[in-house]
Write a protein that binds this ligand. Structure first.
Ligand SMILES: Cc1ncc(COP(=O)(O)O)c(C=O)c1O
Length: 430
């Protein structure tokens, strides 16, 4: 093993050996080259003559750039054209951390790592796979899951998904989660996603406490647990009593045997899907040297990033950082939230008013996010989807026996017609 990786592992073992129990073999071996090109370049920053940097500069020392590109960009060229660090732009990492505490009051007083910037959530999840998943490792996850998890974790890392039914009636299936966890002793990898894709369900505050208790008990019994938390739709919760914070806030420091890994980002929180700006943040209890552990985990993460995408887009990081410090940022976000909330409420009202819809489909619990799902009664979902496309000019997603409706992407005034079309298409094929 590379001595730099060994050095990081020693730091981790000294402060909390349980973390070594959840790192994958790749995760144990990875490091960020201390004397690599990036590190040497960083050391030369500010020197009068600097011939280290692997980009091209103009004669005046500013980043070399084409007018036809630069003319569309209002930002300072230095915040756009050069590479960003593999760890991410330092000011952005600090700001995101500060905002995380604001958005999650239960984090107060708890020490978490400095977020490392990823190429948005998918890449962050993939980095979590790199660092924590060995071939054959099981990932415990509710059965309504974002389909892309399979490409992220199964194909490259040979993980095996262990699912349990997401719901018990209209509630999260706490019992199913507990039983599934108890059947998989040793290293446990749990993947949680609220607001959930595809269902649009977020756990209640009570359910969150129960889930946390179950995970804590598992850790107390000696299991080494890594909880991967996908917070892609964070903030889009439309009902009272539903968990508004990330479950990461509760898990971050409850036990030495629990490493919480939070994946979040600007993608959906700030309506910038194509920017590719996400973060990976760690929370774990350590009796000593917690900062050193976080630094080691951040360094390993940056090493994995350096070896995959090298670094995330600089222009996107600068754009979102500027937004976060804009005086109207919070107001603008609220405005967009209210549009999505109105669509959510419109869907709820339609379902309430049109009891006849219940003859052709049953809706799954939803209270947040972008989506809601309906299970069709005695009808083939793919067939209905095709009919909706061909005859009703209406596009929806079919998943097994369900249709997934993105109310987030449907203008409010079209929502009644959307549901009417689904009903008519189902009636027609009876
Ligand atoms: C649950 C979930 N996680 C992650 C992502 C991907 O996010 P990103 O575009 O930031 O990679 C999505 C996008 O559809 C999602 O639904």
């Amino acid at each position: 093993m590379n001595p730099q990786a060994e050095e990081l592992n020693k730091l981790i073992i000294k402060a909390n050996p349980a973390i070594m129990g959840v790192l994958s073999e790749k995760g144990k071996a990875i490091f960020f080259p201390k004397k690599g090109i990036l590190a040497q370049t960083a050391e030369a920053k500010g020197k009068k003559i600097n011939a280290t940097i692997g980009i091209a500069l103009e004669e005046d020392g500013s980043p070399m750039r084409l007018k036809s590109i630069a003319c569309n960009i209002g930002l300072d060229p230095k915040d756009v054209f050069p590479y960003a660090p593999s760890f991410g732009k330092p000011e952005l990492r600090e700001k995101w951390k500060e905002m995380m505490y604001e958005k999650n009051p239960s984090l107060q007083g708890k020490e978490i790592s400095l977020p490392v910037v990823t190429n948005a959530l998918t890449h962050g999840l993939s980095m979590a796979g790199y660092l924590f998943v060995n071939p054959g490792d099981k990932i415990i996850i509710p059965d309504f899951l974002w389909g892309n998890y399979r490409l992220v974790f199964e194909n490259p890392f040979n993980a095996e998904f262990v699912t349990f039914p997401t719901f018990e009636g209209n509630n999260f299936n706490i019992k199913g989660f507990e039983e599934t966890l108890s059947k998989n002793q040793g290293k446990q990898i749990i993947l949680l996603n609220f607001p959930n894709n595809p269902t649009g369900y977020t756990i209640t505050e009570e359910e969150a406490k129960k889930i946390v208790d179950i995970i804590k008990k598992s850790a107390e019994s000696g299991n080494k647990v890594v909880v991967i938390i996908d917070d892609a739709y964070f903030g889009l919760v439309y009902e009272e009593g539903i968990l508004k914070e990330s479950i990461f806030s509760y898990l971050a420091d409850i036990h030495e045997n629990i490493l919480s890994v939070k994946l979040d980002g600007a993608t959906k929180e700030d309506y910038v899907w194509g920017f590719r700006t996400g973060f990976i943040t760690y929370g774990v209890k350590c009796s000593e040297n917690q900062k050193a552990v976080y630094s080691a985990l951040e360094t390993k993460t940056a090493g994995a990033i350096r070896g995959s995408i090298s670094n995330a887009p600089h222009i996107s990081q600068s754009l979102v950082l500027n937004a976060f410090t804009s005086p109207s940022y919070k107001e603008e976000k609220k405005e967009k939230f209210m549009i999505l909330k109105k669509r959510y409420e419109t869907v709820k009202k339609i379902l309430e008013e049109h009891k006849e819809y219940g003859h052709v489909f049953e809706t799954l619990p939803f209270n947040s996010g972008y989506f809601m799902c309906m299970r069709l009664k005695d009808k083939d979902a793919e067939e209905i989807r095709q009919k909706l496309l061909e005859k009703y000019g209406t596009g929806v997603i079919s998943i097994g026996d369900m249709l997934r409706i993105a109310f987030s992407a449907t203008p409010t005034e079209q929502i009644p017609k959307l549901f009417e079309n689904i009903y008519d298409a189902c009636k027609e094929s009876m």
